[in-house]
Write a protein that binds this ligand. Sequence first.
Ligand code: GRF
Length: 194
Amino acid sequence: MAKLIGKNRIKTAVFISGNGSNLKSLIFFSKKKISPIQISLVISNNKRARGLNYAKKYKINKFSIIYKNKKNADFLILKKLKKNNIKLILLAGFMKILSKNFIISFKHPILNIHPSLLPKYKGLNTHERVIKNNEKFTGCTVHMVNKKLDSGKIILRKKIKIYKKDDAKTLEKRVLKQEHKLYPKAIGKFLSNL
Ligand code: GRF
């Protein structure tokens, strides 16, 4: 990992769609002396995403793309990634499913953070579903992205207890707090194993 520190940090793009609280924690992580990543680009499928304000605040290149035509969107994003020499993608609340073609064409690792203890509760509305099913625990997972939704190799998970008084909102808040710690930790683990 030592070789990644300083000038050699991996050029990273973070993909977002909404609030960007994970993006914020990743930016803080990237600014640490020991961080192996440098966030060079923020990509959003929504030009009104609140998270884009973090890119502005921290002077990170940002690019919003309208997903009217997926093939064209893929092409434009891949072009941006290449131009910025991006070697790692971090999905952080990105609400679009990357196409198989995109994943094959990028040729570098893509990681995602998901608000459940994968392989349980893939897909959307995880907090609502765990509450409905009276689960005792939930959590968050950082995993590699492959061609199947939320099914790539798991890098790290954090387990969280569900209390009787919890609803989807309280759970979301608690899980999100843990996501902010888990993602940087998982990136460190993943890159030190390369
Ligand atoms: C997080 O819960 C993430 O796991 C999920 O979407 C949410 C994004 O939150 N994929 P934020 O935009 O990082 O605040």
